[in-house]
Design a binder for this molecule. Structure first.
Ligand SMILES: Cc1ncc(COP(=O)(O)O)c(C=O)c1O
Length: 361
């Protein structure tokens, strides 16, 4: 047996720790505040729980292969054709479909540095070269540098919008100027995993660009605002020529029955979705203001997390919060040893976090 040589340096994705892992590692017995993985702090929608209970007795059957109802519901939401929707086992899986369908070994992708790690991970798995373009000083995508780095081998540019881990976004004019200059052989992926939390009207959504006939693919997920991270459900929206091939490289039944029914149920629970978004927008404002008042640099965020520069205190704050059962994300692995990423929690969780940081400094 010989493992492919380009896989030799592959390292695992560093996931946020679960509540149970932390409990065991640190021997903690009290409440744990999980503010490290950008999940929905409300828990699942009650409609999802009901829908899952209803279909538990059917799990010996395969799900309906075409996922017609879910595609139809999403197509109605975005005013596109159901055939333009691609469903994935998390939006992560759609990132992989893009590699399967569009990028040959030795060709290249462009990503921002840092950015969501899975773009690079899949590039490594598929033997694809990565051009990694540092963010600007404000931690936004550097469109000018990205454009300069496009070559005839550049098949895809992955751009998370809002950006992970900074939460930054770029305005309509910047996007349009950029997209006009991208050559037709390069696909732009607008990854809107956190798109629901954008509340600044000057910030566009990728769907606008798709409708203006730009060659874009929009990624969306049920893991954040829709509270289904554990079930794994995401989708892409794109032009027909691409959606058709992405649907063909997908294995049959890639969405399990529970995720399928849960997705349908949560889409109908408008009250839950509105509540989730409101909670994030209010919590983001509260945490941004409170931590700025304490003297820290908080990067403006349109996501369900904020990135905070704690200077030399970062590691100590991270470790001390951990001991108190408050989990946030260290950004050392992203190249920011002085910064921490905090997922917006329930109002009570946000308040406890701020109180604890106050005590620590
Ligand atoms: C920018 C970005 N894209 C995609 C994902 C993947 O989400 P999913 O759970 O749908 O695979 C994440 C998850 O954290 C993310 O931060």
């Amino acid at each position: 047996m010989k493992i492919k040589s380009h896989l030799k340096n592959l390292s695992p994705y560093p996931p946020g720790k679960t509540v149970n892992e932390i409990r065991k590692e640190l021997n903690l017995s009290g409440k744990i505040y999980k503010m490290n993985s950008n999940e929905n702090p409300l828990g699942p929608s009650p409609k999802v729980i009901e829908a899952i209970k209803d279909c538990l007795s059917q799990v010996h059957h395969y799900p309906e292969a075409s996922y017609r109802e879910l595609k139809k519901a999403l197509a109605e939401k975005w005013n596109v054709l159901p055939e333009q929707i691609i469903l994935g086992n998390g939006s992560n899986e759609i990132i992989e479909f893009i590699f399967k369908a569009l990028v040959n070994p030795g060709e290249e992708i462009i990503v921002s540095n840092p950015s969501f790690l899975m773009y690079e991970k899949f590039a490594q798995i598929y033997g694809v070269n990565i051009k990694s373009i540092p963010l600007t000083e404000n931690l936004t995508h550097n469109f000018d540098e990205i454009l300069k780095n496009i070559s005839e081998k550049t098949k895809v540019i992955f751009l998370d919008h809002p950006q992970n881990p900074s939460g930054s976004v770029l305005n309509r004019e910047a996007w349009k100027t950029f997209l006009k200059k991208v050559p037709p052989f390069t696909l732009v992926v607008v990854d809107e995993a956190y798109g629901e939390f954008i509340n600044d009207p000057s910030i566009p959504l990728g769907i606008e660009f798709l409708k203006d006939s730009y060659k874009v693919l929009i990624l969306r997920t049920f893991s954040k605002a829709y509270g289904l991270a554990g079930l794994r459900l995401g989708y892409g929206i794109t032009f027909l020529e691409l959606s058709k091939i992405l649907d063909l490289v997908r294995q049959p039944f890639n969405i399990n029955l529970l995720a399928y029914k849960a997705g349908l149920a949560v889409l109908q629970d408008k009250e839950y979705i509105e509540k989730s978004i409101k909670l994030v927008i209010e919590g983001r404002k509260y945490l941004t203001e409170s931590l700025t008042d304490l003297g820290f640099r908080v990067y403006p965020s349109q996501a369900n997390f904020i990135m905070v520069d704690f200077g030399e205190k970062a590691e100590k704050i991270y470790q001390e919060l951990l001991k108190r059962g408050i989990l946030i994300r260290s950004l050392k692995a992203y190249g920011y040893p002085n910064a921490l990423r905090i997922s917006i929690g329930l109002p009570e969780e946000n308040r406890i976090l701020v109180e604890n940081i106050k005590k620590l400094i």
